[in-house]
Design a protein around this ligand. Structure first.
Ligand SMILES: Nc1ncnc2c1ncn2[C@@H]1O[C@H](COP(=O)(O)OP(=O)(O)OP(=O)(O)O)[C@@H](O)[C@H]1O
Length: 504
């Protein structure tokens, strides 16, 4: 027996022990002794490279999915698992054509790459998610050897896109509605101007609208100072800008300054800590309507005067002046001249405001406007309540004769009350509140100019008489006693005139 040592190959140093018996080989023992240092380093390098490669693939936040040339999954990184909500175990070794057949994927980018033999990007639906995937073929010897797919979950992105689109649509809708409401308001709120005085005011307002001069509108409460002021705005070049109305009498004195001029953060205790924009700033590029200017506290009048002179102001607690581009319209039902004499209104402010004075007369001085105003209110309210009510001629006559201390606002309120509280289509004089009936001296229930026939007049008289007596009675029996007729006759006549038997 002898041992022969053999060195074989260039990479591995090995020893062969051969057991020989008379020239015959009995046993061969082979011992691989040593790997060449050089090869060992090479293998370690490849191992390290593979581990680094795996780490990169696993740490990618985009999905990386690799299939072979048949579309069978070889690799499926962690991001893929998260994005597509499928575990690696379920994917490795599965063919993508089968996954589409099983309905897990809506379509497969791998299949499309294999068919088209080029890079493909498409939107896949996987487990209810929207996944944007790009597949790239890797060629070897002219054939596709691998398909590498990058995928990204765009469900969230699409959701945000949809929300953004919805927001845009809503914004456009709101703008259109606003425009529609503006137009409707102008047409529905057509300013009634039948009297010569109102016609003159409208003409003046139209020419004033073309310039930016400050306007002071004076007139009793409810005559339409607000209506004329918004008419000026709507007919001016600022019509697309804001129309900001400030009712100086409605805001408490201690809040008026910060409401008007705004404040900087920490300006006073209780102030919003981000500061607040004032109504004057909000009116930039538009019109500022200072209603009830007579109620502006004296202290604030000085600051308002400075603002009107320079179109610049400083927020409460602020340092830097802010400039705005606005037209100012002020209105009052008080005599500012008298207030100046009483030292309650600054004379210099009055002259700054009174550049273009407009004085709206009360309704009692422009009776021609009453009828069209009633008709306009009636149409508006009939539309609002879906009614078809109308005023009886005598009722209308009484309304025209009434002095309307509350002016147009009172007229609108009474019209609304009558429309809502009366049961019949035609609103009769008896339906009017007693204040109107009493103040209109002529208490006739019919108009001498409007007699159709004897019967019609007698009918009107009878109805009117019944309504008046009913107001004074608590039952049909009481009515019968006053009228000295039978209660059954009273009931029959009430029925004939459609008067409700509704005693409390
Ligand atoms: N000429 C008019 N045409 C149509 N409606 C009018 C007219 N004048 C006034 N009105 C209506 O009368 C009501 C009162 O008008 P407005 O508020 O403009 O009066 P005002 O003088 O500003 O009142 P206040 O002094 O109380 O502020 C509003 O509903 C308005 O639409």
């Amino acid at each position: 027996m002898g041992l022969i040592r053999v060195n074989k190959g260039s990479k591995v140093e090995s020893e062969f022990f051969i057991n020989m018996d008379k020239n015959n080989v009995e046993d061969v023992i082979c011992v691989f002794k040593k790997i060449y240092e050089e090869n060992k380093r090479e293998i370690e390098y490849y191992k390290e490279l593979e581990s680094e490669f795996n780490t990169i693939i696993e740490s990618s936040s985009d999905g990386i999915h690799v299939t072979d040339g048949e579309g069978t999954t070889l690799r499926f990184n962690r991001a893929c698992e998260r994005i597509e909500d499928i575990s690696r175990k379920e994917m490795i070794g599965k063919n993508m054509r089968d996954m589409v057949k099983a309905g897990i994927y809506s379509k497969s980018v791998t299949v499309e790459v294999l068919e088209s033999k080029r890079s493909v990007t498409l939107l896949q639906h996987v487990n209810g998610k929207e996944v944007m995937a790009t597949g790239t073929p890797v060629f070897k010897d002219g054939r596709i050897n691998r398909v590498v797919i990058n995928s990204r979950d765009i469900t969230e992105l699409n959701k945000l896109k949809r929300e953004l689109n919805d927001a845009y649509t809503m914004k456009e809708k709101a703008e259109r509605e606003l425009e529609f409401l503006r137009q409707r308001e102008t047409s529905e709120r057509n300013v009634v101007a039948e009297s010569i005085s109102m016609k003159r005011i409208i003409k003046l307002a139209e020419s004033v609208a073309k310039v930016d001069s400050t306007v002071l509108i004076q007139g009793e409460s409810g005559v339409g100072k607000g209506v004329i002021s918004s008419f000026i705005h709507k007919n001016s070049n600022r019509r697309k800008g804001p129309f900001i109305k400030i009712d100086c009498s409605a805001i408490p004195e201690n809040l008026l300054e910060s409401e008007l001029f705004g404040y900087e953060k920490g300006a006073f205790t209780g102030a919003n800590n981000r500061g607040k924009i004032g109504l004057i700033e909000l009116a930039n590029k538009g019109t500022l309507f200072l209603d009830e200017i007579g109620e502006m506290p004296l202290g604030l009048q000085a600051k308002l005067l400075r603002f009107i002179q320079d179109r610049e102001f400083i927020r409460v607690g602020g340092k830097n002046p802010i400039s705005v581009d606005i037209r100012v319209i002020a209105a009052t039902n008080r005599s500012l001249r008298k207030m100046i004499d009483e030292k309650n209104f600054r004379q210099d402010l009055y002259y700054r405001l009174n550049v273009i004075p407009i004085s709206i007369p009360p309704l009692r001085e422009r009776k021609e406007d009453i009828r069209p105003l009633i008709n306009s209110a009636l149409n508006k309210l009939n539309k609002k309540y879906n009614f078809t009510k109308r005023f009886n001629v005598d009722t209308l006559e009484m309304l025209v004769k009434y002095t309307w201390p509350g002016n147009v606002r009172e007229l609108e309120n009474i019209t609304e009350r009558l429309i809502v509280t009366t049961s019949f289509e035609e609103i009769m004089p008896e339906d009017l509140p007693s204040t109107i009936g009493e103040s209109v001296q002529n208490k006739r229930c019919f108009n001498m100019d409007n007699i159709k026939s004897y019967k019609d007049s007698m009918d009107k008289f009878e109805r009117s008489l019944l309504m008046e007596i009913k107001k004074k009675s608590n039952s049909t029996i009481e009515m019968a006693e006053i009228l000295k007729i039978d209660p059954s006759t009273v009931r029959r006549k009430l029925k004939k005139h459609h008067i409700k038997i509704d005693f409390e």
